[in-house]
Design a protein around this ligand. Structure first.
Ligand SMILES: [Zn+2]
Ligand SMILES: [Zn+2]
Length: 389
């Protein structure tokens, strides 16, 4: 099959690789019909994630048709159309029983690497380095889906691929970011970063009852999408002092909740000398931890800061004093996608939201390397790329 493979920093290549095989009774093989490039894939692309090897297949947002099932998979059949969640979860460990699916204790065979850095390991993730399991990703013609009896859900024929595809990650991720804001009627939510996750956080905050959403970015096309699709007020951070603007827009009190949908490029540093390396990386990415600092300072007293953005290592100069003295609650985590897929599919079917609004580019899998380049540099007003194998 063809697959989008990592070669080196900012170098990808669509290569011919062996087709995936059923390895365990709970596996399924999916023939991929649509897959997407995620903002977090850019951390891999930029070479900032350790334990990514030449030939690794990228991609964790994908859907398609089941073409083979292991003998223990009873809920799926060949021919079913499914969308697959990005965290791999067994469904039966302690974390899965608490519905903390992105913390599954059985899906990362390389847990020791993650434990050395984070103390404990989260779940394995498709196409996201050997530190998170080394699973082949979904930017390919086929993928092996472990624990296929737990993760994938069937997609009704009435929906197009692009309406269901983002249940794999960015819609649940934006939703969980908004849910973590503990929104009450009348609340104002500020969202830093109007990339795909930020866009879904904006819409989700609305659906969860926020009275006002304020979106912060610098790209005009993203701010336009936030205004037109998300009915958000917007702040262009290069020409406006964000803290002052938020203070003014909220009668001096600050937003009730702040979402950091930017994350930090200093993602998952190496294990040996991790701290030094992250500092080194952070120095060339100074704007990234800046968002979390700004959110902690701008948030109203007693408010919430929700962090869906990817942070991998350590950050200096966090305003802990602001956090403590203002009684700020911080909520974060990789998305427990399996928890949200069915209710959000229902929202899509009910017409509460049509996820297609975020798609700006559709290209073939063969053009994936060029699409990463375009997405990285936000060329051609690129916000979200869907690839069709
Ligand atoms: Zn993603
Ligand atoms: Zn589990």
């Amino acid at each position: 099959m063809r697959a989008n493979c990592f070669v080196d920093k900012q170098t990808l290549r669509v290569e011919h690789v062996p087709d995936p095989q059923i390895l365990n009774p709970r596996d399924a093989i999916v023939r991929i019909t649509s897959t997407a490039i995620c903002g977090s894939d850019l951390h891999l692309y930029n070479g900032l994630v350790p334990a990514v090897r030449r030939g690794d297949i990228l991609g964790h947002e994908f859907m398609g048709e089941v073409v083979e099932v292991g003998r223990a998979v009873k809920n799926l059949a060949v021919g079913d159309r499914v969308v697959v969640p990005f965290p791999i979860a067994c469904g039966s460990c302690w974390s899965c029983q608490q519905r903390l699916f992105s913390l599954c204790e059985n899906s990362n065979p390389n847990a020791s690497i993650a434990e050395a850095l984070w103390g404990r390991s989260p779940a394995g993730i498709f196409g996201y380095s050997h530190m998170l399991g080394g699973y082949a990703g979904g930017q390919a013609e086929y993928a092996r889906v472990p624990f296929a009896d737990v993760g994938p859900i069937k997609v009704p024929d009435s929906l197009e691929d692009e309406q269901a595809l983002f249940l794999s990650d960015i819609f649940p991720t934006g939703w969980m970011a908004a849910e973590n804001c503990d929104i009450h009627p009348g609340d104002t939510v500020a969202v830093w970063g109007c990339g795909p996750v930020g866009q879904f956080a904006i819409k989700s905050a609305r659906l969860l009852g926020a009275e006002r959403v304020i979106a912060i970015d610098r790209f005009p096309e993203r701010l336009r999408m936030a205004r037109e699709d998300g009915w958000a007020d917007t702040i262009e951070y290069e020409e406006t002092n964000v803290h002052d603007a938020l203070t003014e827009m909220t009668g001096g009190r600050g937003p009730d909740a702040c979402v950091d949908a930017v994350g930090m490029e200093a993602h998952t540093p190496g294990v040996v000398g991790a701290y030094d390396r992250v500092k080194q990386v952070a120095m060339v990415q100074t704007d990234r931890p800046h968002v979390l600092r700004e959110a902690l300072l701008a948030c109203r007293n007693g408010g919430t800061v929700s962090v869906p953005g990817v942070y991998g290592g350590f950050a200096d100069k966090m305003p802990l004093g602001a956090m403590v003295n203002k009684s700020v609650t911080i909520r974060t985590g990789q998305t427990h996608v399996q928890r949200y897929m069915r209710p959000l599919l229902q929202r899509i079917e009910d017409g509460d939201i049509d996820p297609r609004f975020v798609v700006t580019h559709r290209v073939s899998l063969d053009e994936a390397p060029q699409a990463y380049e375009m997405f990285l540099h936000k060329r051609d007003e690129c916000i979200k790329v869907v690839l069709a194998p």
